[in-house]
Design a protein around this ligand. Structure first.
Ligand SMILES: Cc1cc2nc3c(=O)[nH]c(=O)nc-3n(C[C@H](O)[C@H](O)[C@H](O)COP(=O)(O)O)c2cc1C
Length: 352
């Protein structure tokens, strides 16, 4: 029988987070504690995807979620825009000695090659960000008994996800860390808060709704469930876990800079994403950039250098708005704490 979200003992999904955050140890610990562990495979090679899914299988017999970006075709930017985007990055001290070259096609990885390890390992859940996967992908997942979810930032996207035949929708509120999952990069974003979006989607759709954005405690999970969610997807709360592959600077900033705040920027990848305010974002504010994901490729060497030098001011520190509530501990322990808080919140709501 195919997996369904209501089979989770604890209605918590550790969010897929691309960029090395999701390790097999993190995903398996969350699943073994009754939740759903995830991998964000946005730009991963098929070999890496296969290795991670295989390693997770060694650590848990429970459900795992494999998550992918839906890349949209993108035209080669004008030479002028390439020139201005590179010149803007050169204003950063860290970029001055770097060779920044305009990206060459293909601009993004081949989703069909990336999905091969999925059909082989058959994780229980497959999710997509930035739009709908091709109908043949949904059909193949259905035949393989894999449960499919897609991110929505507004009601119109939720309706499209249900009409396409997906099994659930992830309601990504404006509090969420990382990239906005809007179907079109340049569309007007309604910026809806998580609980507002969960209420809208759960009232209008038949498929289950997962709440994502700004949920840090089990009490937040119970509020999301009371608003109509079937489960809560939490990213930032898990970034600071012992098993998280977030860089040391990322963890350090999350835990020691509670008043710095988050901000949206296009400057790292070309798409709107929320992270901790840092020097890169400040200097690049209002500067020209390449479209997604070309800007991501253009900034990759620079970001790698920043990671190598433990320089939190020039790497992407994706984080949700409630990051100051993040609690550093092992994932198994965090799940136990979240479960207790959730049960307490749920029982207060039932017996006020
Ligand atoms: C570091 C980071 C990376 C993320 N990468 C992805 C990703 O690859 N795919 C995806 O669907 N969502 C991604 N997200 C968004 C999460 O799935 C989720 O919507 C978000 O973390 C929820 O908000 P919160 O961080 O406040 O818990 C990312 C979020 C963060 C913080």
């Amino acid at each position: 029988m195919a997996f369904a979200l209501n089979q989770l003992r604890v209605p918590i999904i550790q969010a897929p987070m691309a960029g090395g955050v999701n390790t097999p140890a993190l995903a398996a610990a969350v699943t073994n504690a009754g939740g759903l562990g995830s991998f964000g495979f946005a730009y991963s090679s098929p070999q890496k995807i296969s290795d991670d899914l295989g390693a997770a299988k060694q650590l848990t017999a429970g459900p795992i979620n494999a998550n992918f970006f839906v890349f949209h075709p993108v035209a080669t930017p004008s030479v002028e825009l390439q020139h201005h985007s590179i010149a803007a990055l050169k204003r950063l001290p860290i970029a001055q000695d770097l060779k920044l070259l305009p990206p060459e096609p293909p601009y993004f990885p081949d989703i069909h090659a990336m999905l091969e390890p999925v059909w082989l390992h058959r994780p229980a859940v497959l999710t997509f960000h930035f739009g709908l996967p091709a109908p043949e992908v949904l059909e193949r997942a259905r035949l393989a008994g894999i449960c499919v979810g897609v991110s929505a930032t507004c009601l119109a996207e939720g309706h499209a996800i249900e009409a396409a035949g997906a099994d659930f929708v992830i309601a990504q509120g404006i509090e969420a860390g990382g990239h906005r999952g809007t179907f079109e990069p340049d569309m007007l974003d309604e910026d809806l808060p998580t609980l507002t979006l969960v209420r809208q989607l759960s009232a209008a759709l038949r498929i289950p709704v997962v709440a994502a954005g700004g949920l840090m405690t089990g009490g937040d999970v119970s509020l999301a469930m009371a608003a109509g969610a079937a489960a809560a997807q939490m990213g930032t709360a898990f970034l600071v876990c012992d098993e998280s592959g977030a860089t040391p600077a990322h963890k350090h900033f999350l835990l020691t800079k509670p008043t710095r705040g988050t901000v949206f920027t296009h400057a790292f990848s070309g798409r709107r994403a929320q992270g901790l305010r840092n020097e890169f974002i400040e200097v690049m504010h209002g500067q020209p950039h390449l479209p997604f994901p070309l800007q991501n490729t253009l900034t990759s060497h620079l970001r790698q250098m920043a990671v190598q030098h433990n320089d939190g001011e020039h790497q992407s520190l994706w984080a949700g708005r409630a990051y100051a509530q993040a609690r550093p501990m092992g994932a198994q322990r965090l799940m136990a704490v979240l479960e207790q808080e959730y049960l307490k919140g749920a029982s207060i709501r039932e017996n006020p």
